[in-house]
Design a protein around this ligand. Structure first.
Ligand code: NAD
Ligand code: MG
Length: 394
């Protein structure tokens, strides 16, 4: 028997860093939530473990063969979880009628269709998958409005800004939004020093424990560029009203500056379970498991401007946002391809930004009427980026 008074939660990207941390928060609050659906890409053994622990009625894997393996494994284990397969299966689980909340935690543009499926079903969406907003921008925000979905930011900076803003959002009293960035593992390095960076060094973030793609994005500062675009859409603010500040301790997660000079900051230890718990229970509060901020041992909070010469990706993201149209989809596609090639040791660290810049330059501006058109732009930008990567391979 399932308890129908509990809030039902589906997690897209359940085997990833955000997915696992969401399950950890749910485990601490069993009196409030039950898991309805869990999805992942291809890691069926990890999803099987989650299914046996959480007994969700539904699961899905994007990879059809992996879905078959999961189905067989669960059947032998006596599980009643129904397993769906392929991208359509993931989208179907994203839009289940019985779901109250959908956690969008797939990495990359692969999250676009499933996240939109949840939006079109009018769900409460906890958005971690920033690339979806970077790629589909206005179309996504229009769909949220049209289908009466609720959007709550999980990305720590956006969750911080959300907490520092009044309920009606950015009004005339707000002067600007300040996005903080740790600066990643190579803060203070010169462009020359960055030439020899390895994937092992890049995925080793000083403050946050994250999936490999976002870890590399944090090292190049593209993550802050994607977040800058994400903030423009989420809070409906002009790009000029957002500033990025490097803050190495990752204690202040972002800030809102008001016209009267007040600056509101949201603080906490760097633990994604805090924004996940905040978004899950908003406007109430629940235990997240994050350790508390100890002001007695907090020696200093430092702030500085980003180094745009050594880390050009932030500037490229600003440029793409200002250009508008599908430029941010091109930026994202080129970046995903370049990061995958870097992790695969086919491309140097500094070449990531170069691939993105060249792909942007060689792609004519375009406006897209629907998501299919955006995904065509995404596919063409990937082809171009891949050919550049082959040319510049290390
Ligand atoms: P991750 O690599 O750890 O996990 C990604 C998840 O997506 C996995 O469950 C994987 O199976 C699934 N997936 C990958 N490709 C898929 C596909 N084609 N179809 C269906 N599922 C697919 O990534 P993560 O670090 O958890 O990040 C997830 C998202 O959250 C990203 O957009 C990231 O930018 C954002 N985010 C992450 C953090 C963090 O601390 N990890 C913080 C803020 C925002
Ligand atoms: Mg973030």
């Amino acid at each position: 028997m399932t308890d129908r008074s509990l809030e039902t939660v589906t997690i897209l990207g359940a085997t990833g860093s955000i997915g696992r941390q969401t399950l950890d928060v749910l485990a601490r609050n069993p009196e409030r939530y039950r898991v309805l659906g869990l999805t992942a890409g291809h890691r069926w053994r990890e999803l099987a473990e989650h299914c046996l622990t959480w007994r969700p009625p539904f699961a899905a894997l994007a990879d059809e063969q992996a879905a078959e393996a999961l189905r067989n494994h669960l059947r032998e284990a006596g599980s009643h979880t129904q397993v769906l397969a392929g991208h359509a299966g993931v989208a179907e689980v994203a839009a289940l009628q019985e779901a109250d909340t959908v956690v969008a935690a797939i990495v990359g543009a692969a999250g676009v269709r499933p996240t939109l499926a949840a939006v079109e079903a009018g769900k409460k969406i906890l958005l971690a998958n920033k690339e979806t907003l970077v790629v589909t921008g206005a179309l996504f925000m229009e769909a949220v409005k049209r289908h009466g979905a609720t959007l709550l930011p999980v990305d720590s900076e956006h969750n911080a800004i959300f907490q520092c803003l009044p309920a009606e959002g950015v009004g005339p009293g707000v002067r600007r939004l300040l996005l903080t960035a740790s600066g990643g593992p190579f803060r203070g390095w010169t462009r020359e020093q960055l030439t020899a960076v390895t994937p092992e060094q890049a995925v080793c973030h000083p403050n946050w424990d994250m999936g490999p793609k976002i870890s590399v994005d944090s090292a190049t500062l593209m993550n802050k560029g994607l977040e800058y675009i994400e903030a423009c859409w989420l809070f409906d603010v002009a790009p000029q009203r957002i500033e990025v500040v490097i803050h190495p301790q990752s204690v202040v997660h972002s800030m809102v500056e008001y016209l009267d000079g007040s600056v509101l900051a949201q603080m906490g230890t760097p633990d994604m379970r805090t924004p996940i718990a905040c978004a899950l229970s908003w406007p109430e509060r629940i235990e997240s498991g994050a350790s508390r901020l100890d002001f007695a041992t907090l020696s200093s909070l430092d702030f500085q401007a980003p180094d745009n010469d050594a880390f050009p990706c932030l500037g490229l993201a600003r440029q793409a946002m200002e250009e508008g149209g599908a430029a941010t989809a091109v930026l994202n596609a080129a970046n995903e391809e370049a990061v995958a090639a870097f992790l695969d040791r086919r491309l140097g660290f500094n070449a990531i930004g170069a691939v993105v810049e060249e792909t942007l330059q060689r792609t004519p501006s375009s406006r897209c009427a629907d998501v299919d058109a955006v995904m065509d732009v995404d596919a063409r930008a990937r082809d171009l980026a891949r050919s550049l990567i082959r040319e510049w391979a290390c």
